[in-house]
Design a protein around this ligand. Structure first.
Ligand SMILES: [Zn+2]
Length: 187
């Protein structure tokens, strides 16, 4: 006699199923991007490790080069693959914003990357607010400085700009830009 046992799906973990992650290039909100890399073990608190994000992304190659007066670039190297270059002479905190800006082009403007110049100056230029450059700056600042992290850093550093920038691992310029967006006021 064969005894009958109830059919039960095998559970692979306590959630009851395997989880599938989308290709990272599909995620184009800073919140989704952060959640994605958090699942891959990237540190996103108290500062966001953009270098580790790019390292974990198989569609992106990161190179450090001397770019003179330019901050960074992104260029297409293959179908669906891109190279991000950042100025090796810049401070790591400044590099982080440059990298986040190029990451924004990767998710939001990937079809325009081929027309972009190799090497650009970031943040310190004017332009209309709807240009892809302003979009990329906004995305970069939301990615590196989520509102909650900014509030935590604000408390921790007692409102000191340099202290906050150190905690968040960004330049004072990038932080000022974000603070203005969030409604903080400079004394
Ligand atoms: Zn740009």
């Amino acid at each position: 006699m064969i005894s009958k046992s109830p059919m039960r799906p095998k559970k692979s973990n306590s959630d009851g199923g395997e989880q599938i992650l989308p290709p990272p290039g599909l995620l184009d909100s800073p919140e989704d991007v952060l959640l994605y890399y958090q699942k891959l073990g990237v540190s996103v608190d108290p500062s966001v490790d953009i270098v580790a994000m790019i390292d974990k992304n198989e569609e992106l190659d990161l190179v450090y080069v001397d770019l003179g007066s330019k901050d960074a670039y992104i260029k297409k190297i293959d179908n669906g693959r891109f190279e991000i270059g950042v100025n090796k002479r810049h401070h790591p905190n400044r590099q982080k914003f440059s990298l986040a800006h190029e990451y924004a082009h990767y998710v939001k403007h990937r079809n325009q990357i081929e027309e972009m110049p190799i090497g650009e100056q970031i943040l310190n230029r004017d332009g209309d607010r709807n240009s892809i450059e302003s979009q990329a700056n906004r995305f970069a600042s939301e990615l590196l400085m989520p509102e909650k992290l900014v509030a935590n850093a604000f408390r921790e550093a007692a409102g000191n700009l340099k202290g906050m920038a150190n905690i968040l691992g960004v330049s004072k310029e990038a932080l000022s830009y974000r603070l203005e967006n969030l409604g903080y006021r400079m004394k």
